[in-house]
Design a protein around this ligand. Structure first.
Ligand code: NAD
Ligand code: DAU
Length: 351
């Protein structure tokens, strides 16, 4: 089959990126998908082992903070479009070390934008730069209201400030240099392959190992959870049918306080492990709150559902069962990640 498009997906070895790679490689055999990833602690090629031999998938180890790496991948392939997910993504890490978030999320994004301008200067209107962003750029909601595409930006953590800044650069390049861009801002994702520093996989791993489940503050902060494959499908929809220059919010209308979410997860885990109901809940431990902890995120995804006809396929009930089932069936993945085995392996393989 001839190749109709070459698409560079950055951050494809990470949690969401690996599901986006799957979505495109399996559904569009006519596309050549190039996964550009630095393989930080969060990037894991084990997420994509079953794709390695497919003819329309290629991995390129590269760093978006390196203009040389970007020039190399763009000279090696005739890249038509970019879907940009590579980022530092964990809020707690951004509080400890903001600088790497500026380097990767801001400078790295500007580097790719510059490379696109250089490589696409003769026919810029034929290309698309699609930036994957977060609802955290809108700041923190009170008990009511939803984030709309028109909500003012008000980022409150170093992570969300870096993502907001990268969104602004993407829009500035569209305005100044006529780069065709799309942006989507999504709520909290959960599902297979998520690094166990984030709330849901952290709790699954701790329950398995009979360790405490740390709840920040009173556990009353609210997040809007979306199953990761539904996000990957939304990205497919926006990439193919979204309008150039537009922003789309993506979310599941699925709000939970952290404490209720963890209690629900405890019930699902007790059932899955054949334990008496209440066993996992006994591990819940309230700990010091996150600094500057945003109270509530909630997305209004009406534009995406009305204009592009996207709707999540999973309910939280089905999504959380699939997630728990995946983690319990993939002991080796979890153990390798937790022990750092895969980091050692890559260091040797790509040294
Ligand atoms: P992740 O941390 O699991 O993966 C990030 C990936 O980017 C990893 O594979 C890592 O190796 C790669 N990477 C990091 N720095 C790089 C660099 N300098 N050069 C090349 N690759 C690099 O992140 P995720 O949770 O999958 O998030 C992916 C994207 O989606 C991010 O842009 C994030 O801001 C956004 N997002 C995430 C969520 C969520 O709930 N996880 C929600 C909305 C938006
Ligand atoms: O909203 C989208 C964002 O969701 C993404 O842009 C980020 O990349 C992603 O990490 C996520 O950010 P959060 O900070 O919301 O996710 P996290 O899983 O770290 O935390 C979820 C909630 O749970 C948050 O209110 C903090 C709380 N929490 C988290 C951890 C890790 C705890 O109470 N205990 C914990 O141990």
């Amino acid at each position: 089959m001839g190749v109709s498009k070459q698409i560079l997906i950055t951050g494809g070895a990470g949690f969401i990126g690996s599901h986006v790679i799957r979505q495109f490689v399996f559904n569009y055999p006519e596309y050549q998908i190039i996964n550009f990833d630095k393989l930080t602690y969060a990037g894991n090629l084990e997420n994509l082992l079953d794709l390695e031999s497919l003819p329309n998938y290629t991995f390129f180890k590269g760093d978006i903070t390196s203009t040389k790496d970007l020039a190399t991948v763009f000279s090696k392939y005739n890249i038509d479009n970019v879907i940009h997910l590579a980022a530092e993504s964990h809020v707690d890490r951004s509080i400890e070390n903001p600088n790497v978030f500026v380097e990767t999320n801001v400078t790295g994004t500007v580097n790719i934008l510059n490379q696109c301008l250089k490589s696409w200067s003769n026919d810029i209107a034929e290309h698309v730069f699609y930036h994957i962003s977060t609802d955290e750029v809108y700041g923190s909601l009170g008990n009511t209201g939803l984030f709309k595409e028109t909500t003012n930006y008000d980022p409150k953590s170093p992570y969300s400030a870096s993502k907001a800044s990268s969104d602004h650069f993407v829009r500035a390049y569209a305005n100044t240099y006529k780069l065709p861009v799309k942006i989507s801002n999504c709520s909290n994702n959960y599902g297979p392959n998520q690094f166990p520093e984030k709330l849901i996989p952290l709790c699954i791993n701790n329950i398995k190992n009979n360790k405490s489940l740390p709840i920040y503050g009173a556990g009353l902060n609210i997040r809007d959870w979306l199953y990761v494959e539904d996000h990957a499908k939304a990205i497919d929809t926006i990439f193919h049918t979204g309008k150039i220059g537009e922003t789309y919010n993506v979310g599941g209308l699925n709000e939970w306080t952290n404490i209720d979410l963890v209690k629900k997860l405890c019930q699902v885990m007790d059932n899955a492990l054949g334990q008496q109901n209440g066993t996992s809940e006994g591990l819940i431990t309230y700990v010091e709150d996150r600094k500057g902890h945003d109270l509530r995120y909630a997305i209004d995804a009406t534009k995406l559902s009305n204009e592009l006809n996207w709707k999540p396929a999973e309910t939280f009930e089905t999504g959380i069962l699939k997630t728990v089932d995946w983690y319990l069936r993939n002991d080796a993945w979890l153990n390798n990640v937790v022990s750092g085995e895969y980091v050692k392996y890559y260091a040797e393989k790509y040294s």
